[in-house]
Design a protein around this ligand. Structure first.
Ligand SMILES: *Cc1c(COP(=O)(O)O)cnc(C)c1O
Length: 355
Protein backbone atom coordinates (compact mmCIF):
# COMPACT_ATOMS: atom_id res chain seq x y z
CA UNK A 1 0.00 0.00 0.00
CA UNK A 2 1.37 3.41 -0.94
CA UNK A 3 1.66 5.69 2.09
CA UNK A 4 -0.37 8.82 1.39
CA UNK A 5 0.41 12.01 3.35
CA UNK A 6 -2.01 12.04 6.31
CA UNK A 7 -2.82 15.71 5.68
CA UNK A 8 -4.58 14.74 2.42
CA UNK A 9 -6.94 12.41 4.26
CA UNK A 10 -8.41 15.51 5.90
CA UNK A 11 -8.95 17.25 2.55
CA UNK A 12 -12.46 16.63 1.21
CA UNK A 13 -12.62 15.29 -2.36
CA UNK A 14 -14.28 17.70 -4.74
CA UNK A 15 -17.69 16.44 -5.79
CA UNK A 16 -18.57 16.41 -9.47
CA UNK A 17 -21.46 18.79 -10.04
CA UNK A 18 -21.51 19.77 -13.66
CA UNK A 19 -23.89 22.18 -15.27
CA UNK A 20 -27.12 21.01 -16.72
CA UNK A 21 -28.38 22.48 -19.97
CA UNK A 22 -31.26 24.87 -19.46
CA UNK A 23 -30.19 25.77 -15.93
CA UNK A 24 -29.19 29.38 -15.25
CA UNK A 25 -25.70 29.25 -13.73
CA UNK A 26 -25.63 31.73 -10.84
CA UNK A 27 -23.36 29.58 -8.70
CA UNK A 28 -19.82 30.40 -9.78
CA UNK A 29 -19.47 34.18 -9.99
CA UNK A 30 -18.64 34.03 -13.68
CA UNK A 31 -19.11 36.89 -16.12
CA UNK A 32 -22.39 36.16 -17.95
CA UNK A 33 -21.57 38.07 -21.15
CA UNK A 34 -19.28 35.52 -22.82
CA UNK A 35 -15.80 36.05 -24.20
CA UNK A 36 -14.52 39.59 -24.70
CA UNK A 37 -14.48 40.33 -28.47
CA UNK A 38 -10.68 40.58 -28.70
CA UNK A 39 -10.35 37.27 -26.86
CA UNK A 40 -12.82 35.58 -29.19
CA UNK A 41 -10.69 36.77 -32.14
CA UNK A 42 -7.50 35.37 -30.61
CA UNK A 43 -9.13 32.00 -29.96
CA UNK A 44 -10.77 31.81 -33.37
CA UNK A 45 -7.49 32.38 -35.21
CA UNK A 46 -5.98 28.97 -36.02
CA UNK A 47 -3.18 28.69 -33.51
CA UNK A 48 -0.59 26.18 -34.68
CA UNK A 49 1.64 27.27 -31.80
CA UNK A 50 -0.35 25.14 -29.35
CA UNK A 51 1.37 22.02 -30.66
CA UNK A 52 4.47 23.40 -28.91
CA UNK A 53 5.07 24.19 -25.25
CA UNK A 54 4.04 27.69 -24.21
CA UNK A 55 6.53 30.33 -23.07
CA UNK A 56 7.25 29.09 -19.53
CA UNK A 57 7.88 32.65 -18.36
CA UNK A 58 4.73 34.06 -20.02
CA UNK A 59 6.93 36.98 -21.06
CA UNK A 60 4.32 38.67 -23.23
CA UNK A 61 1.61 38.40 -20.59
CA UNK A 62 3.86 39.54 -17.74
CA UNK A 63 4.99 42.49 -19.87
CA UNK A 64 1.39 43.43 -20.68
CA UNK A 65 0.45 43.19 -16.99
CA UNK A 66 3.45 45.33 -16.01
CA UNK A 67 2.34 48.03 -18.44
CA UNK A 68 -1.29 47.71 -17.34
CA UNK A 69 -0.45 47.99 -13.63
CA UNK A 70 2.57 50.32 -14.04
CA UNK A 71 4.87 48.06 -12.04
CA UNK A 72 8.17 46.42 -13.05
CA UNK A 73 7.75 42.98 -14.66
CA UNK A 74 9.91 41.33 -11.99
CA UNK A 75 7.20 42.07 -9.43
CA UNK A 76 4.63 39.85 -11.20
CA UNK A 77 4.12 36.07 -11.02
CA UNK A 78 1.44 34.24 -13.03
CA UNK A 79 -0.32 30.91 -12.58
CA UNK A 80 -3.16 28.74 -13.84
CA UNK A 81 -5.83 30.92 -12.25
CA UNK A 82 -5.30 32.67 -8.96
CA UNK A 83 -5.97 29.27 -7.39
CA UNK A 84 -2.57 28.12 -8.62
CA UNK A 85 -1.10 31.45 -7.52
CA UNK A 86 -2.48 30.76 -3.99
CA UNK A 87 -0.78 27.41 -4.09
CA UNK A 88 2.51 28.95 -5.31
CA UNK A 89 2.42 31.49 -2.46
CA UNK A 90 1.72 28.73 0.09
CA UNK A 91 4.55 26.57 -1.24
CA UNK A 92 6.86 29.59 -1.09
CA UNK A 93 6.45 30.25 2.64
CA UNK A 94 4.61 27.38 4.37
CA UNK A 95 6.43 24.35 5.78
CA UNK A 96 4.92 21.31 7.54
CA UNK A 97 2.59 22.42 10.34
CA UNK A 98 3.03 26.16 9.71
CA UNK A 99 -0.14 28.15 10.22
CA UNK A 100 -2.14 29.99 7.57
CA UNK A 101 -4.72 32.47 8.85
CA UNK A 102 -7.86 33.55 7.00
CA UNK A 103 -11.39 34.70 7.73
CA UNK A 104 -14.20 32.17 7.70
CA UNK A 105 -16.23 31.91 5.81
CA UNK A 106 -14.08 33.02 2.90
CA UNK A 107 -12.79 31.50 -0.36
CA UNK A 108 -13.20 27.69 -0.15
CA UNK A 109 -9.80 27.07 -1.72
CA UNK A 110 -7.83 28.58 1.20
CA UNK A 111 -8.14 25.67 3.68
CA UNK A 112 -7.82 23.02 0.96
CA UNK A 113 -4.72 24.47 -0.67
CA UNK A 114 -3.21 25.13 2.77
CA UNK A 115 -3.63 21.49 3.78
CA UNK A 116 -2.35 20.21 0.44
CA UNK A 117 0.76 22.35 1.01
CA UNK A 118 1.18 20.74 4.45
CA UNK A 119 0.13 23.82 6.43
CA UNK A 120 -2.42 24.17 9.22
CA UNK A 121 -5.47 26.31 8.40
CA UNK A 122 -6.55 28.80 11.10
CA UNK A 123 -10.11 29.97 10.45
CA UNK A 124 -11.07 33.25 12.12
CA UNK A 125 -14.86 33.76 12.28
CA UNK A 126 -16.30 36.79 10.48
CA UNK A 127 -17.81 39.58 12.56
CA UNK A 128 -21.06 40.98 11.19
CA UNK A 129 -20.37 39.22 7.86
CA UNK A 130 -17.01 41.05 7.46
CA UNK A 131 -13.45 39.88 7.96
CA UNK A 132 -12.56 40.48 11.62
CA UNK A 133 -9.10 41.97 11.10
CA UNK A 134 -8.64 42.51 14.80
CA UNK A 135 -9.19 38.84 15.57
CA UNK A 136 -7.08 37.84 12.55
CA UNK A 137 -4.15 39.91 13.81
CA UNK A 138 -4.57 38.33 17.25
CA UNK A 139 -4.56 34.85 15.66
CA UNK A 140 -0.99 35.35 14.42
CA UNK A 141 1.51 33.17 16.32
CA UNK A 142 5.19 32.35 15.85
CA UNK A 143 3.99 29.52 13.54
CA UNK A 144 2.02 31.84 11.21
CA UNK A 145 3.57 32.23 7.77
CA UNK A 146 0.74 33.57 5.60
CA UNK A 147 -2.58 35.42 5.97
CA UNK A 148 -5.20 35.50 3.23
CA UNK A 149 -7.26 38.70 3.20
CA UNK A 150 -10.06 38.29 0.67
CA UNK A 151 -11.22 41.81 -0.18
CA UNK A 152 -14.05 42.01 -1.11
CA UNK A 153 -14.83 38.74 0.64
CA UNK A 154 -16.24 35.69 -1.12
CA UNK A 155 -19.01 34.63 -0.30
CA UNK A 156 -20.32 37.52 1.84
CA UNK A 157 -19.55 40.27 -0.73
CA UNK A 158 -18.50 42.64 2.06
CA UNK A 159 -15.36 44.77 1.93
CA UNK A 160 -12.78 46.41 4.17
CA UNK A 161 -11.89 50.07 3.86
CA UNK A 162 -8.44 51.56 3.40
CA UNK A 163 -7.81 52.57 6.99
CA UNK A 164 -8.75 49.12 8.35
CA UNK A 165 -6.51 47.39 5.83
CA UNK A 166 -3.59 49.74 6.47
CA UNK A 167 -3.89 49.39 10.25
CA UNK A 168 -3.95 45.60 9.88
CA UNK A 169 -0.80 45.59 7.74
CA UNK A 170 0.89 47.81 10.35
CA UNK A 171 0.10 45.26 13.07
CA UNK A 172 1.24 42.07 11.32
CA UNK A 173 4.93 41.19 11.77
CA UNK A 174 6.89 41.72 8.54
CA UNK A 175 8.01 38.08 8.40
CA UNK A 176 4.38 37.03 7.87
CA UNK A 177 3.16 37.24 4.27
CA UNK A 178 -0.16 39.08 3.77
CA UNK A 179 -1.94 38.02 0.57
CA UNK A 180 -4.74 40.38 -0.44
CA UNK A 181 -7.01 38.45 -2.79
CA UNK A 182 -8.70 40.95 -5.11
CA UNK A 183 -10.58 38.55 -7.39
CA UNK A 184 -13.55 40.95 -7.46
CA UNK A 185 -11.63 44.24 -7.60
CA UNK A 186 -13.33 45.34 -10.82
CA UNK A 187 -16.80 45.24 -9.23
CA UNK A 188 -15.86 47.37 -6.21
CA UNK A 189 -16.19 51.16 -6.16
CA UNK A 190 -12.74 52.75 -6.03
CA UNK A 191 -14.04 55.16 -3.38
CA UNK A 192 -15.28 52.40 -1.04
CA UNK A 193 -12.74 49.62 -1.45
CA UNK A 194 -8.99 50.26 -1.49
CA UNK A 195 -6.76 49.07 -4.32
CA UNK A 196 -4.30 47.09 -2.18
CA UNK A 197 -1.55 47.54 -4.74
CA UNK A 198 -1.78 51.32 -4.41
CA UNK A 199 -2.29 51.18 -0.64
CA UNK A 200 0.23 48.51 0.42
CA UNK A 201 2.19 47.72 -2.72
CA UNK A 202 5.44 49.10 -1.29
CA UNK A 203 5.46 46.77 1.74
CA UNK A 204 7.99 43.92 1.92
CA UNK A 205 5.38 41.38 3.13
CA UNK A 206 2.33 42.17 0.99
CA UNK A 207 1.29 40.42 -2.21
CA UNK A 208 -1.83 41.37 -4.16
CA UNK A 209 -3.54 38.61 -6.12
CA UNK A 210 -5.90 39.04 -9.07
CA UNK A 211 -7.53 36.88 -11.71
CA UNK A 212 -8.80 36.85 -15.27
CA UNK A 213 -11.61 34.47 -14.25
CA UNK A 214 -14.21 36.99 -13.15
CA UNK A 215 -14.60 40.42 -14.81
CA UNK A 216 -12.34 39.38 -17.74
CA UNK A 217 -14.56 36.36 -18.51
CA UNK A 218 -11.69 33.87 -18.86
CA UNK A 219 -12.54 31.35 -16.13
CA UNK A 220 -12.19 28.41 -18.52
CA UNK A 221 -8.68 29.29 -19.65
CA UNK A 222 -7.10 29.60 -16.18
CA UNK A 223 -4.99 32.74 -15.75
CA UNK A 224 -4.26 34.57 -12.51
CA UNK A 225 -1.38 36.60 -11.17
CA UNK A 226 0.07 38.29 -8.14
CA UNK A 227 2.16 41.41 -7.58
CA UNK A 228 4.66 41.65 -4.76
CA UNK A 229 8.25 42.52 -3.85
CA UNK A 230 10.64 41.37 -6.64
CA UNK A 231 12.78 39.23 -4.31
CA UNK A 232 9.78 37.26 -3.08
CA UNK A 233 8.23 37.01 -6.55
CA UNK A 234 11.42 35.36 -7.82
CA UNK A 235 10.72 32.54 -5.32
CA UNK A 236 6.98 32.42 -6.07
CA UNK A 237 7.82 31.88 -9.74
CA UNK A 238 9.83 28.77 -8.81
CA UNK A 239 6.73 27.26 -7.19
CA UNK A 240 4.68 27.41 -10.43
CA UNK A 241 4.04 24.12 -12.20
CA UNK A 242 6.07 24.20 -15.43
CA UNK A 243 4.01 25.57 -18.34
CA UNK A 244 0.84 25.78 -16.24
CA UNK A 245 -0.44 28.79 -18.17
CA UNK A 246 -1.06 27.52 -21.72
CA UNK A 247 -0.23 29.38 -24.91
CA UNK A 248 -3.84 30.26 -25.74
CA UNK A 249 -4.44 31.36 -22.16
CA UNK A 250 -1.44 33.72 -22.31
CA UNK A 251 -2.54 35.24 -25.64
CA UNK A 252 -6.16 35.51 -24.52
CA UNK A 253 -5.20 37.27 -21.27
CA UNK A 254 -3.11 39.83 -23.18
CA UNK A 255 -6.06 40.47 -25.51
CA UNK A 256 -8.40 40.76 -22.53
CA UNK A 257 -6.21 43.45 -20.94
CA UNK A 258 -6.67 45.49 -24.11
CA UNK A 259 -10.47 45.47 -23.68
CA UNK A 260 -10.60 48.09 -20.93
CA UNK A 261 -13.71 49.86 -22.24
CA UNK A 262 -15.70 46.68 -22.83
CA UNK A 263 -14.78 45.32 -19.40
CA UNK A 264 -15.93 48.59 -17.82
CA UNK A 265 -19.18 48.52 -19.81
CA UNK A 266 -19.96 44.98 -18.68
CA UNK A 267 -19.10 45.75 -15.07
CA UNK A 268 -21.50 48.70 -15.30
CA UNK A 269 -24.30 46.41 -16.50
CA UNK A 270 -23.60 43.96 -13.69
CA UNK A 271 -23.63 46.72 -11.07
CA UNK A 272 -27.03 47.97 -12.30
CA UNK A 273 -28.40 44.45 -12.10
CA UNK A 274 -26.78 43.91 -8.72
CA UNK A 275 -28.61 46.92 -7.27
CA UNK A 276 -31.90 45.85 -8.86
CA UNK A 277 -31.66 42.30 -7.48
CA UNK A 278 -30.62 43.59 -4.09
CA UNK A 279 -33.43 46.10 -3.72
CA UNK A 280 -36.00 43.49 -4.83
CA UNK A 281 -34.57 41.02 -2.29
CA UNK A 282 -34.76 43.68 0.42
CA UNK A 283 -38.40 44.31 -0.48
CA UNK A 284 -39.04 40.58 -0.12
CA UNK A 285 -37.50 40.73 3.35
CA UNK A 286 -34.13 39.08 2.68
CA UNK A 287 -31.41 40.72 4.84
CA UNK A 288 -28.81 40.92 2.06
CA UNK A 289 -25.62 42.88 2.90
CA UNK A 290 -24.39 45.51 0.42
CA UNK A 291 -22.25 43.86 -2.22
CA UNK A 292 -18.90 45.04 -3.59
CA UNK A 293 -18.75 42.09 -6.01
CA UNK A 294 -20.72 40.39 -8.79
CA UNK A 295 -22.71 38.28 -6.32
CA UNK A 296 -25.04 38.62 -3.35
CA UNK A 297 -25.10 36.82 0.00
CA UNK A 298 -28.38 35.59 1.45
CA UNK A 299 -27.77 34.64 5.10
CA UNK A 300 -30.52 32.00 5.24
CA UNK A 301 -28.84 29.82 7.90
CA UNK A 302 -30.77 26.52 8.40
CA UNK A 303 -32.86 27.22 5.29
CA UNK A 304 -29.80 27.49 2.99
CA UNK A 305 -29.79 23.92 1.69
CA UNK A 306 -33.54 23.80 1.11
CA UNK A 307 -33.47 27.16 -0.69
CA UNK A 308 -30.57 26.01 -2.90
CA UNK A 309 -32.43 22.83 -3.84
CA UNK A 310 -35.67 24.76 -4.39
CA UNK A 311 -33.88 27.02 -6.90
CA UNK A 312 -32.04 24.18 -8.66
CA UNK A 313 -35.25 22.19 -9.11
CA UNK A 314 -36.70 25.24 -10.85
CA UNK A 315 -33.78 25.83 -13.18
CA UNK A 316 -31.51 28.25 -11.31
CA UNK A 317 -28.21 27.03 -9.88
CA UNK A 318 -27.04 29.04 -6.86
CA UNK A 319 -24.28 28.20 -4.39
CA UNK A 320 -25.51 27.08 -0.98
CA UNK A 321 -23.37 26.86 2.15
CA UNK A 322 -25.36 24.57 4.45
CA UNK A 323 -26.30 26.20 7.74
CA UNK A 324 -24.85 29.55 6.66
CA UNK A 325 -26.20 31.14 3.54
CA UNK A 326 -26.59 31.18 -0.22
CA UNK A 327 -24.39 32.98 -2.72
CA UNK A 328 -26.08 34.16 -5.90
CA UNK A 329 -24.09 35.43 -8.86
CA UNK A 330 -25.46 38.45 -10.73
CA UNK A 331 -26.13 37.04 -14.20
CA UNK A 332 -27.99 38.27 -17.26
CA UNK A 333 -31.14 40.30 -16.59
CA UNK A 334 -33.43 37.40 -17.53
CA UNK A 335 -31.54 34.99 -15.25
CA UNK A 336 -31.70 37.48 -12.38
CA UNK A 337 -35.44 37.94 -12.92
CA UNK A 338 -35.93 34.16 -12.90
CA UNK A 339 -34.04 34.01 -9.62
CA UNK A 340 -36.07 36.87 -8.11
CA UNK A 341 -39.31 35.11 -9.05
CA UNK A 342 -38.09 32.03 -7.16
CA UNK A 343 -37.03 34.12 -4.17
CA UNK A 344 -40.57 35.59 -4.09
CA UNK A 345 -42.17 32.11 -4.42
CA UNK A 346 -40.00 30.89 -1.57
CA UNK A 347 -41.12 33.59 0.86
CA UNK A 348 -44.77 33.22 -0.26
CA UNK A 349 -44.68 29.44 0.27
CA UNK A 350 -43.16 29.84 3.73
CA UNK A 351 -45.63 32.51 4.75
CA UNK A 352 -48.43 30.20 3.60
CA UNK A 353 -47.19 27.25 5.65
CA UNK A 354 -46.51 29.59 8.54
CA UNK A 355 -42.80 28.69 8.83
C1 LIG B 1 -13.07 33.15 -8.06
C2 LIG B 1 -12.05 33.49 -7.05
C3 LIG B 1 -10.70 33.40 -7.36
C4 LIG B 1 -10.26 33.08 -8.74
O1 LIG B 1 -9.95 31.79 -8.92
P1 LIG B 1 -9.23 31.40 -10.30
O2 LIG B 1 -8.40 30.26 -9.89
O3 LIG B 1 -8.44 32.57 -10.75
O4 LIG B 1 -10.31 31.04 -11.26
C5 LIG B 1 -9.78 33.75 -6.41
N1 LIG B 1 -10.16 34.19 -5.21
C6 LIG B 1 -11.45 34.30 -4.88
C7 LIG B 1 -11.83 34.83 -3.56
C8 LIG B 1 -12.43 33.95 -5.80
O5 LIG B 1 -13.71 34.05 -5.46
Amino acid sequence: MVKVRPTLLRVPASVPGGRSPGTASLARNECPFGLLPAVARVLAAANAATSRYPDPHATGLVGALAAHLRVPADRIAVGAGSSEVCSQLLHTVVGPGDEVVFGWRSFEAYPILTMVAGGAPVRVPLARKKLDLDAMARAVTHRTRLIFVCNPNNPTATALDASALRAFADRVPTEVLIVVDEAYREYAAATAVPDALALLGDRPNVVVMRTFSKAYALAGLRVGYCVGPAELIAEVRKAQLPFSVGALAQDAAVAALGERAEVARRVGLTLLERERVMSDLHELGYPVPSSHTNFLWLPLREASSAFTEFCLNRGVAVRGFPGEGVRVTVGLAAENSAFLALAADWTAARRFTGR
